[in-house]
Design a protein around this ligand. Structure first.
Ligand SMILES: Cc1ncc(COP(=O)(O)O)c(C=O)c1O
Length: 417
């Protein structure tokens, strides 16, 4: 049986074998603690961490000391938002963010607002997912201390104009945090040229290991960040805990490889995305979720009119590993708040598919994906009533997809369902 075609790189990417090679010594003979200053094992680990810091800093064009290692973008976002809001409390308490941010930004902000620690302004986006810059500037009312804007949206691929947004923030004396999880390694980022106070990312979105990422914190802002995890003095006292040296080395190697290939890879991914859109846009009832030109090279989100909720995603499973505009909580599929914020109806959101490309995606993957979608669509459109099979209505469609794939795998292995 052919393995499913993987087009879900915005969720996670395959570890590059060169990254694994770089990590292996630090899972073997180099086992020292980077905070041990009294022997060669510790010194070696400390040197590896310092080299890694310099490599990541090169990709972002910042100073190594401006990077704090974290367990990934969720922690970086929480640290930046909670830490800066606590440090800036005496200056003001208004914080601004678009509605289309990732949950790891919106959840801590909503939590702080519910506790009365901030006044939260959530901004609408335009139908193409972009921020109206004038509305953004007007919303930075006196008392606003922090804005948090995602560079590349993880669901739609829409790219915000971070240069313009950072200039607006600078003019108003507001600090800007950027969730760049889907941008690092995909777009050219020059932090020396932008007024960004803090920036988050995760290594596993760029063919590095899971469980490691960093928070860039501009030197002048450091004094405003209150640490959220206390203990040892690692990371200049801003994030306590023994450093995972193998993951840090992997993160740095992933950044080095991304930087080496960035312009060519960006073009290659853009061509693949164009090819995918070219093929899908010929199909009946299709629409684009996102911006026609301000989009990242690796993400394409498309919807299909008048289909039963999640029917297309279910039909494509398990042949295509992609994601849809929904999350399952209990039996009811919840439409993506990002797609709803773009003005899509619940039905449109639940018939949307996100394709995301990576280093190992090929033209053949794209062509097969187009054919599979076309076939599935023909079947769904010709079915008069696409009611789910009896007895399955109470199930979340995603759970159903998983159960069927497991049953199929069990049958292939001859162990029965
Ligand atoms: C834009 C964005 N921010 C934050 C995160 C959270 O990253 P992690 O799960 O690595 O902490 C993700 C993950 O999908 C993301 O896409």
């Amino acid at each position: 049986m052919q393995p499913p075609i993987y087009l879900d790189n915005a969720a996670g990417t395959r570890l590059d074998p060169r990254v694994l090679d770089a990590m292996l010594p630090y899972l073997g003979e180099c086992y020292g603690n980077a905070a041990s200053h009294t022997h060669v094992y510790g010194w070696r680990a400390e040197e590896a961490v310092a080299r890694s810091r310099a490599q990541v800093a090169q990709l972002l064009n910042c100073a190594g000391e401006e990077l704090i290692w974290t367990s990934g973008a969720t922690e970086s976002n929480n640290l930046a938002l909670r830490g800066l809001i606590a440090g800036l409390a005496a200056r003001g308490r208004r914080v601004l963010s678009p509605r289309t941010e990732h949950a790891s930004v919106l959840a801590p902000l909503r939590d702080l607002a519910a506790r009365g620690q901030i006044e939260l302004g959530l901004l609408d986006v335009q139908r193409d997912g972009s921020l109206d810059l004038q509305a953004f500037a007007e919303a930075l009312r006196p008392g606003t201390v922090l804005a948090s804007v995602m560079w590349v949206n993880n669901e739609t691929g829409v790219v915000q104009d971070i240069a313009a947004i950072s200039a607006i923030c600078r003019a108003r004396g507001v600090l800007l945090h950027v969730d760049a999880t889907q941008a690092v390694g995909k777009l050219a980022i020059d932090l020396s040229a932008l007024d960004i106070a803090a920036l988050s990312f995760s290594a596993h979105k760029l063919h590095g290991p899971q469980g490691i990422g960093a928070l860039y914190l501009r030197r002048e802002v450091r004094a405003h960040l209150q640490p959220q995890q206390l203990g040892g003095s690692q990371e200049q006292g801003l994030r306590a805990g023994t450093l995972p040296v193998h993951q840090i080395v992997g993160c740095a190697e992933a950044c080095r490889l991304a930087q080496l290939a960035l312009p060519q890879e960006r073009e290659r991914l853009r061509r693949l995305r164009d090819r995918l859109w070219q093929g899908l846009s010929q199909l009946p009832g299709v629409f684009l979720n996102g911006h026609a030109s301000a989009h990242a090279p690796q993400i394409l989100n498309v919807g299909f009119e008048q289909l039963p909720p999640l029917a297309l995603l279910e039909k494509l499973s398990p042949a295509l590993a992609i994601s849809g505009g929904a999350a399952c909580s209990s039996a009811q599929a919840q439409a993506s708040p990002v797609l709803l914020a773009l003005g899509r109806s619940r039905e449109q959101a639940l018939s949307s598919l996100r394709f995301s490309l990576g280093r190992y995606s090929s033209e053949q993957d794209v062509d097969v994906a187009i054919e599979l979608v076309a076939q599935a669509l023909r079947q769904l459109r010709s079915a008069t009533a696409a009611a789910p099979a009896a007895g399955e209505e109470k199930d979340c469609p995603m759970k159903r997809m998983r159960r069927r794939a497991q049953q199929r795998a069990a049958q292939t292995l001859g162990v029965g369902a």
